[in-house]
Design a protein around this ligand. Structure first.
Ligand SMILES: Cc1cc2nc3c(=O)[nH]c(=O)nc-3n(C[C@H](O)[C@H](O)[C@H](O)COP(=O)(O)OP(=O)(O)OC[C@H]3O[C@@H](n4cnc5c(N)ncnc54)[C@H](O)[C@@H]3O)c2cc1C
Length: 434
């Protein structure tokens, strides 16, 4: 009998866990991703703030499965699913709309940014979701300091050195803390005309700092940010974002660097399947992670919606990994004829967020801790979940080096296209210097 084909779309936390759970399954596993790498998104902010290099938080998916002989990795973008014909539609740089047949399908396509209906903000406030986003944010931050150093008019320094982060969830808080340390310690001796430590970092949110954490941890994080010199502006949504900054609560804050660290929107998997979605657009799945009436189609991770104890499971890496593993195991058991596992149940190991150097908040059940101990736990957990041991070693050494010396290795402005035209202030500064 021909071996069944299991197609997994997405090599993120969920897709990777599913594929690994299928390593001994007598099946052909096809893992399709539109990028060639698995990305450790929780450390994207460290690439954006020059602490880590892109290659330290991402691994080629192909290399992860080099010894898993039943698994083939394909670089391609899935654009649809034909449920009747049981195939996914895939395009790549060479071929368009190629159908790939499946017996089982696992959709693990994650999420993208949501601008809450204000898509016009995207042009001025890029988000942080991919390696390219993190590099673009790093370029923007480093460029702001270069422009300020070249600018002879001190009145313009303030706008150039104001950094605004919209969204005070874990990404915004971690980014703000890292940026504060970066400008106040790493860059402090590198410039002559400007004082990098004078940079203004503003974190804006409609609600609270770390809204999904307990009130006391939220307060601890806010106090820590204040100590690091981050201005936290709560209780107002941003009305406008443009090339000159933002308008919030009727006030304009001038800035050349605005970053979007707020909402996420799921991938279009719900549309491909024509399936029921929740208000956020995530596919409503059953307790065995399948789509109703399609026991062969699983949706897992950030793009799925499942309630547990009356509340939707959060879009975090642990949920994605546990769901991926479960879907893989269930399919394996079906194929080999073993008893099927009971309904999926998420085991919450806790959530954490780091706020600058040597400080994190940690919440796990009734345990709520903040400070250095939480930070050590945060560091250990993040190292443990990096995809390979070489990344673990490399990131560990980099963190020790940065902790001890304050120096960061990856401070390059890398333009992937032709250089942008030199803006007027730089031209004037160059002329002035000549
Ligand atoms: C900046 C940031 C910080 C975060 N910090 C934390 C944290 O500290 N702790 C935590 O638990 N969680 C954190 N998260 C959330 C966590 O990263 C996600 O919950 C997790 O990545 C979800 O895993 P996933 O497999 O569902 O999706 P992803 O990891 O996003 O993977 C989706 C994969 O699908 C691929 N893909 C998407 N669409 C297609 C398509 N059409 N065709 C082919 N391939 C496709 C993508 O390339 C990607 O590889 C953070 C997220 C971000 C963005």
């Amino acid at each position: 009998m021909a071996k069944p084909t299991i197609v997994i779309v997405g090599g993120g936390f969920a897709g990777l866990a599913a594929a690994k759970a299928l390593r001994n399954t007598p099946a052909k596993v096809l893992l399709i991703d539109r990028t060639n790498h698995h990305l450790f998104q929780p450390l994207l902010y460290q690439v954006a703030t020059s602490e880590l290099a892109p290659g330290q938080i991402a691994t080629p998916i192909r290399s992860i499965f080099r010894n898993q002989k039943n698994t083939t990795v394909i670089l391609g973008e899935v654009t649809g699913v034909d449920k009747a014909q049981k195939c996914v539609i895939v395009s790549d740089a060479d071929r368009q709309n190629v159908p790939i047949a499946y017996d089982y399908l696992i959709l693990a396509t994650g999420a993208s940014h949501s601008y809450f209906g204000h898509n016009e903000f995207a042009e001025y406030a890029p988000g942080l979701k991919s390696l390219a986003d993190a590099e673009a944010a790093r370029n923007k931050i480093l460029q702001a300091f270069e422009l300020a150093e070249a600018e002879e008019d001190p009145n313009r320094h303030r706008d150039l050195l104001t950094f605004i982060l919209v969204g005070a969830g874990p990404t915004g808080v971690e980014m703000a803390g890292a940026l504060a340390i970066f400008v106040r310690s790493t860059l402090k001796s590198d410039f002559r005309r400007i004082d990098p430590a004078s940079a203004r970092i503003v974190l804006v949110d409609t609600a609270h700092v770390l809204g999904t954490f307990s009130e006391s941890l939220s307060k601890a994080a806010k106090q820590r940010l204040a100590k690091l010199g981050v201005e936290v502006l709560l209780g107002h949504s941003v009305d406008q974002i443009d090339s000159d900054g933002i308008v919030v609560a009727g006030q304009r804050i001038a800035s050349k660097t605005v970053l979007w660290t707020a909402g996420v929107a799921p991938s279009p998997a719900g549309k491909w399947l024509n399936a029921e979605t929740d208000r956020a657009g995530r596919v409503r799945i059953q307790k065995d992670l399948t789509v109703p009436e399609h026991p062969e189609i699983f949706v897992v991770g950030d793009t799925a919606s499942l309630d547990q104890n009356g509340k939707p499971l959060p879009g975090v890496a642990q949920v994605a990994m546990q769901q991926g593993r479960y879907a893989g195991k269930l399919i394996h058991n079906r194929i080999v004829g073993s008893p099927l596992p009971g309904p999926f149940s998420y085991f919450d190991k806790g959530t954490m967020a780091v706020v600058g150097k040597g400080f994190a908040v940690l919440q796990s059940g009734k345990v709520q801790v903040s400070g250095f101990g939480a930070w050590l736990t945060w560091a250990a957990v993040h190292l443990q979940f990096l995809a390979t041991s070489s990344l673990r070693l490399s990131v560990f050494l980099q963190w020790v080096w940065t902790y001890v010396t304050g120096q960061r290795g990856d401070r390059l402005i890398v333009s992937h296209h032709d250089s942008a035209p030199v803006s007027t202030p730089v031209k004037e500064a160059v002329r002035g210097a000549a």
